[in-house]
Design a protein around this ligand. Structure first.
Ligand code: UD1
Ligand code: MG
Length: 456
């Protein structure tokens, strides 16, 4: 088998995006356009992936530093053929190349495979029929139906412009032919560019078979040139993910009102209300319900947990049968054990909360270890920061923290200890005892409220 090389063209500026950012770094579902194409390419297990970059300079390679890619710079954007030429030194002589476009993000591996199966001896084009083919290269066929050329819109006569079948820009071919054809490209056309599409007529002249795979999925080959295109592709992508969730048995209050920017994995009987956003890697166990307008990023939620509306989570682990929200904010490093309750206006950061504990109202608990069956009263604050350093608070099993208390870290509340409401605790509180720190309640007999002085 010949080695597979994938060339991704990503040098273009994207003038119509009206942005200083290179086009391929704009995101669909939170991931750069080029990232989608690279992910598709990686699923084909190629020998190498070569990305042709140009506009925006090193920004594009820097954005994908962690990926095993080869980079070819196209300093001046002289056309798609010229772009592929820049990649040529990286390509295997006996290899097969698949050309992908960095601004066509919804392309799928299965479609690429259909091209590659036929490309060992042929030039294979991915084409699509469009009601409005304006702007695209037209697929010209002979009277026998064989592809004879691609003619760019700007170079096409009225007769050719009537052709509805267009070039997606995605194609595959043996490198030994590609090399020869690229060397022969000329830029004597209306745009003064080296068109990759000119290799089709060359293949015909060389009697190399040219085949077209026609896709009926327009969106897989949709290129992004403007913010309108970006928004349209985003909606299609989200709709497809929502449909996949419905198919997997998830109940969505409205498939048009969910956004998944990453990978969402789900158990059985999961319910998601409107307006939720899932970012990064999120997993929802069996029977999890997510309330409206919740935002979950990199979170793992155990079976049976109920998340009430407007809950935000970022880098957290929640075990089974917990009750979270509404209006709870769980920040990085937080881990909740089974049957914990976190209520409204509670912020947790790097807090590990053990089985059955409750933090139900208006509290900040950060850098804290909470034991089992602890009750943290309304308005409790762990003072974890002295302006320079962070310290931990430890609250042992069965402790009870009275409302409106401040626990000044580093501090430990012993097992079964009770903290009187309104206390500021600066020293360790012993297990099993009541500790409180507040002025004693006084009543001043006969005290009178001040009255307004006359004349003022
Ligand atoms: C190209 C095709 C056209 C096809 C259309 C599909 C050619 C000559 N035309 O036209 O047949 O219907 O795509 O969208 O190939 N790029 C570079 N360097 C360059 C020029 C382009 O890297 O010098 C990259 C762009 O970043 C983009 C891709 O190649 O990802 C396509 O370029 P674009 O300018 O959009 O080509 P079109 O004129 O739309
Ligand atoms: Mg284009």
């Amino acid at each position: 088998m010949s080695p597979l090389n994938i060339v991704i063209l990503a040098a273009g500026k994207g003038t119509r995006m009206h942005s200083d950012k290179p086009k391929v770094l704009h995101a669909v579902a939170g991931k750069p356009l080029l990232g989608h194409v690279i992910d598709c390419a990686q699923q084909l297990s190629p020998e190498k992936i070569v990305v042709v970059y140009g506009f925006g300079g090193e920004q594009v390679p820097q954005a994908f530093e962690a990926k095993p890619l080869l980079w070819a710079e196209q300093a001046q954007q002289l056309g798609t053929g010229h772009a592929v030429q820049q990649a040529m030194p990286h390509l295997d002589e006996d290899g097969l190349s698949l050309i992908l476009l960095g601004d066509v993000p919804l392309i799928e591996p299965a479609t690429c495979r259909a091209l590659l199966e036929r490309a060992t001896q042929a030039l294979v084009l991915l084409t699509v029929k469009k009601d409005d083919p304006t702007g695209y290269g037209r697929i010209v066929r002979t009277e026998h139906g064989d592809v004879s050329a691609i003619v760019e819109h700007k170079d096409a006569t009225e007769i050719l412009r009537a052709i509805k079948e267009v070039n997606s820009g995605i194609m595959a071919m043996p490198n030994r032919h590609l090399k020869r054809w690229l060397e022969a490209l000329r830029n004597n056309n209306s745009q003064g560019e080296y068109y990759l599409t000119d290799i089709v007529a060359m293949a015909v002249a060389d009697q190399v078979p040219v085949e077209a795979v026609i896709t009926d999925d327009e969106w897989q080959v949709a290129g992004i040139n403007s913010k309108q295109d970006l928004a349209a592709v985003e909606r299609v992508y989200q709709t497809r993910q929502a449909q996949a969730l419905l198919k997997a048995g998830v109940t969505l209050a409205d498939p048009a009102r969910i956004d998944i920017r990453g990978a969402l994995t789900v158990g059985r009987d999961v319910e998601i209300d409107i307006g939720c956003v899932f970012e990064g890697a999120v997993s929802l166990g069996d029977g999890v319900r997510v309330g409206a307008y919740s935002i979950l990023r990199d979170a793992s939620i155990g079976a049976g947990t109920q998340i009430a509306p407007y809950t935000h989570m970022d880098q957290v682990t929640v075990a089974e049968d917990c009750r979270i929200g509404p209006y709870a904010r769980l920040r990085p490093g937080t881990a909740l054990a089974n049957e914990t309750h976190v209520g409204n206006f509670v912020e947790l950061k790097n807090a590990q909360v053990d089985v059955g504990s409750k933090i139900n109202h208006l509290s900040y608990v950060g850098d804290t270890t909470v034991g089992k069956q602890v009750n943290i009263g309304a308005g409790t604050i762990t003072c974890n920061y002295d302006g320079a350093n962070k310290f931990r608070t430890v609250i042992e099993d069965h402790a009870f923290i009275g409302s409106d208390s401040q626990l000044v870290a580093p501090v430990t509340i012993g097992a079964g200890a009770t903290i009187g409401a309104g206390s500021t605790i600066t020293k360790d509180a012993p297990a099993g005892e009541l500790t409180l720190s507040r002025g004693r309640q006084l009543t001043i007999k006969g005290w009178k409220r001040p009255v307004k002085k006359s004349g003022k």
